[in-house]
Design a protein around this ligand. Sequence first.
Ligand SMILES: Nc1ncnc2c1ncn2[C@@H]1O[C@H](COP(=O)(O)OP(=O)(O)OP(=O)(O)O)[C@@H](O)[C@H]1O
Length: 576
Amino acid sequence: MRAAALLPLAGVRRLLPLGILTAGAAVLGPLGTLPLGALISHGGLWPPAALLAVLLAQELCTALREPAGAAAARRIDGVLRSRVRAAVSAMPLAWLESAEVQADIRLALAGHRGRTAGAAAVAWAGEAGRLASALLGAVVLAAHVWWLAPFALAPAIAQNRRITSMLVGPGGVETLADSPGQALLRRRADYLAEVAGGPGAAKELRVFGLEAFFIGRYAAAMRAFVAPRARGRRRAVLGYGWILGLQLLGAAGVLATLAWLTAAGALGAGALAQCVLAALLVFAYGAGSFQMFEIAYGTRPYEATLRLLRPAPAVLPSVPPAVPLAVPSGTAFTGACLERVSFTYPNGTAPVLKGLDLRIRPGERLAVVGLNGAGKTTLAKLLTGLYPAQEGRVVPIPDAAVVFQDFARYPLPLRDNIRLGDPAFDGTDADVLAALTAVDATDLLDGLPDGLDTPLSRAFTGGRDLSGGQWQKVALARAVYALNAGRQVLVVDEPTAHLDARAEREVFERLLERTRGRTLVLISHRFATVRRADRIVVLDDGAVAEEGGHAGLLALDGRYARWYRMQAGLLLGGAR
Ligand SMILES: Nc1ncnc2c1ncn2[C@@H]1O[C@H](COP(=O)(O)OP(=O)(O)OP(=O)(O)O)[C@@H](O)[C@H]1O
């Protein structure tokens, strides 16, 4: 019943017509028995006229209830989605990244099996209307033969409950597909279907001749998914038999009693007609309706929505309070630091950062280097305030322009891809071009038929996709645009991973140039890229292992010198 509590969200303008039409559809059926009885018992003009009016009104209510219900459901879903999006955008990243929250977001925004929370709320209203119609039918029956009403009503209610629980109740045939085991099978089948038929793996599939393998695996996963439901359906059909028998017995008893009472002269023809029609209304409730699916499936998005709006920290990763940004955005950068910081990912088992100390001074060009997995990206997340640390003190960078390794590729025109660096800044095309120039990316425009207006996605007419390196330059240009709009610090995590050696050198030189007077934090595992930085910090196993200038670190002959020589050796080896 809880999703019904959402109905007020539809607003009076949608709720009023829905309420009137639902009540109309519920009341008019039992009401129609009165003129029908009068017509049969004594004829005349008003009974057929009234009967016609009731039938017409009933038709109208039934026809208009559908669009009125859809409008109310849309409105409720719209309000809920806005609230969910607001809640999600304010959620700690650690929660957002958890699998449970991701599943809830999908449910809340996309619904379950095409049913939404709004649809469930509207279906509750419809079910209440059907129950009201059955109860009024029982009242009409009771007005003539009071003791017959419970005999008609009780089996109908029992049958309705039984059908609902057999099909969509916990462990019901249709909800079986939602059990964790079945859902896993379905996800596996979907994944295999995507691999077998999607463009992502098409190249490898063809080269290695893997199509038959994946199609076979998909078919097996689907069989495993479908089989328990088919068995459940067979059980449901058999189980349905006795409840149907009960209903038929009740109906036969009621109708036989009515016939007997009429033959005995206790009921007139008009009263008999009223009773039969009223009894049919009661029986109709027993058969159930499609609304039980709306309620059962729509309740899952409803519950997911509640969990997102009122997260229960007990089931989510524990997150320390967010670190307040030390300096309000827009003011001059006065430095950032991490002091004895330890950090473990909520779903991780071991700390990634271990007692790390690092200070970032305004105006310096700092490079952070380290091997894969040393904790560089994690450091960037803490430095930009995305994650709070469990131990130690963090003063994050208040207003950084950041390029993450997994930067966003917006399927929008190139201009918007750059301007999103600071949507509040009213930059011109000249600013956009300046940002592209700063990262040596103006040649990108040569391949775009509509220049800055070209959507960067093939999903749009006239759209183009970019290579990995070109996308990386777009992400860098977006950050440079943000710098031009007033941000003081640029943080770049592996800015050149997709770029070739020439482009990498060129881009890094330009970034150094571009950030003169600003602060640059450059994260890299390419030791050759960072040699011109003011200061180089070597991260190893979650802590600062060495720091200094390039020459000083080489002279130290420690990790930096070893890794630098190793990478240089590899490069030279590759060149031979
Ligand atoms: N969201 C996450 N949840 C759990 N563990 C994570 C997450 N992100 C990273 N890790 C783990 O944290 C460790 C450090 O990862 P991080 O990405 O910070 O390293 P990195 O130095 O940037 O590596 P690379 O040079 O390969 O980018 C790795 O063991 C990684 O598996």
